[in-house]
Design a protein around this ligand. Structure first.
Ligand SMILES: Cc1ncc(COP(=O)(O)O)c(C=O)c1O
Length: 440
């Protein structure tokens, strides 16, 4: 008997019907995942009744926490009126009005169902607008499963991953993050349609851009006829009302949104300068040789739109961001102090309400440096934290997303669990079984 027997039984069933027993490899937890039965605020309850404090926050999408009442009410109201229309409706206009009011670079908006799709359409748009084919992305940058952007995502960065057509990435130039000189050399050639960059490198471990890096990229792109695309799927509406572009004071030509803009429902969006987005206007560009394409059965799904509107309205006055930023700062300094006094080489990166923990000496400035972290120590930490009812992903590269339901008390628990782990790294020996009293 263990406290996770029902999860184990579900995993055994899952192995028969889902590859690796999971629906997304990054959700895997050894020896088997816990299965969520309910979620509310910042708490998860698994099928065995164990409670966890959730620092993964739905891949970062749930900035208000799980099932916030305003979103639940808006979605319930909408479902009564229809879950999917396939025709134009008011909510798509209302959400676009909010997005354009909040995001500095957004003058026009189009919706997709995922960040992957939004990036895919944005690359096509940039190619149509500039008449160029080559694109650039950052080493370690994750923009979803679209082949041209799936180059150099994981270490070793110079090997192509299985399933990718080499021809699809032949026009993708890979740049080291936070290296303006390398970017300058590539952009100066004047052949790039776009540079796609996350203002804070996410999947590689929440690595903020250096001071002046984004502004430098923007200046280079402007000078050489290249569009600057900010992938703000993580940072959009999280680092500020207007995302990272507001915080860093740099406005890209195109912005990719996802996660938060859908209020916990499947979403993606591309937005940007009117003149660029107008390439999607089939009335203005009836000739398909000039017109860029975007579309999809579920584009602007009304339930997603309702959830997105309720979420953005909650973020509008900036008070949630101010509170989350303060909690994030407390978390980063608290964790760093604990590891420093224990003598373990651990660096904490991040900004605002997001942070990464790297089991290496010194904060990484790019994905290559982040990949040098001690993944087995990270896994030990993950298991120790989980045993104390604290959940996040991934076990090897800790990504943590605060949400509006987290309190200073939660943070104190997090720090106490980190302290317990750091004392003798006793978490490494922890078993998977958790008492039902773990967490709250
Ligand atoms: C920066 C960034 N871009 C794009 C994506 C892909 O979004 P989706 O998973 O919705 O396709 C992600 C996913 O986490 C992401 O973090």
């Amino acid at each position: 008997m263990s406290s996770t027997d029902s999860s184990r039984a579900l995993f055994e069933r899952a192995l028969r019907v889902l590859p690796a027993g999971v629906s997304y490899a990054i959700r895997d937890i050894a020896p088997y995942p816990f299965y969520v039965a309910r979620a509310s605020g910042c708490r998860l309850t698994d099928v065995d009744g164990n409670l966890y404090t959730d620092y993964w926050s739905g891949h970062g999408a749930l900035v208000l926490g799980h099932a916030p009442s305003s979103v639940v009410a808006a979605v319930s109201r909408q479902i009564e009126k229809g879950s999917h229309y396939g025709f134009s409706h008011a909510l798509e206009v209302e959400l676009a009005e909010l997005v354009t009011a909040m995001v500095p670079g957004a003058e026009l908006v189009r919706y997709t169902n995922s960040g992957t799709e939004a990036n895919m359409y944005a690359v096509g748009l940039a190619r149509a607008y500039t008449g160029r084919t080559r694109i650039a992305k950052m080493e370690g940058g994750w923009h979803g499963g679209y082949d041209p952007l799936r180059k150099a995502v994981h270490a070793p960065f110079d090997e192509l991953e299985a399933g990718i057509d080499p021809a699809a990435v032949a026009n993708t130039v890979v740049l080291p993050f936070n290296d303006l000189e390398a970017a300058s050399a590539a952009i100066r050639e004047g052949t790039l349609a776009c540079v796609v960059v996350e203002p804070v490198l996410g999947a590689a471990g929440i690595i903020p851009s250096d001071c002046g890096y984004l502004a430098g990229l923007k200046a280079l792109c402007d000078r050489h006829g290249t569009l600057l695309i900010f992938d703000e799927v993580i940072t959009g509406f999280r680092l500020a009302r207007g995302g990272a572009q507001e915080l860093y004071g740099v406005t890209p030509d195109i912005t990719i949104l996802g996660k938060i803009v859908g209020g916990g429902f499947p979403v993606g969006a591309l937005c940007g300068r009117r003149e660029v987005l107008e390439r999607l206007d089939h009335r203005r560009f009836p000739d398909r040789r000039a017109q860029a394409f975007h579309g999809g059965t579920f584009a602007a799904n009304p339930v997603t739109m309702a959830a997105g509107i309720a979420t953005l309205m909650a973020l509008e006055d900036g008070s949630i961001h101010r509170r989350l930023d303060r909690l994030g700062e407390l978390a980063r300094t608290g964790i760093a102090r604990i590891f420093e006094s224990s003598g373990l080489d651990v660096a904490v990166t991040g900004i605002g309400s997001i942070f990464g923990i790297h089991f290496r000496r010194g904060a990484p400035r790019n994905a290559r440096e982040a990949s040098e972290a001690d993944a087995s120590l990270a896994r030990g930490y993950h298991q120790a934290m989980l045993a104390r009812g604290i959940a996040y992903l991934t076990p090897a590269v800790p990504h943590l997303f605060l949400n509006a339901a987290h309190t200073e008390e939660d943070l104190a628990d997090f720090l106490a669990a980190t302290e317990a782990f750091s004392h003798g790294v006793q978490g490494m020996a922890c078993g998977y079984s958790r008492p039902a009293s773990a967490g709250r």
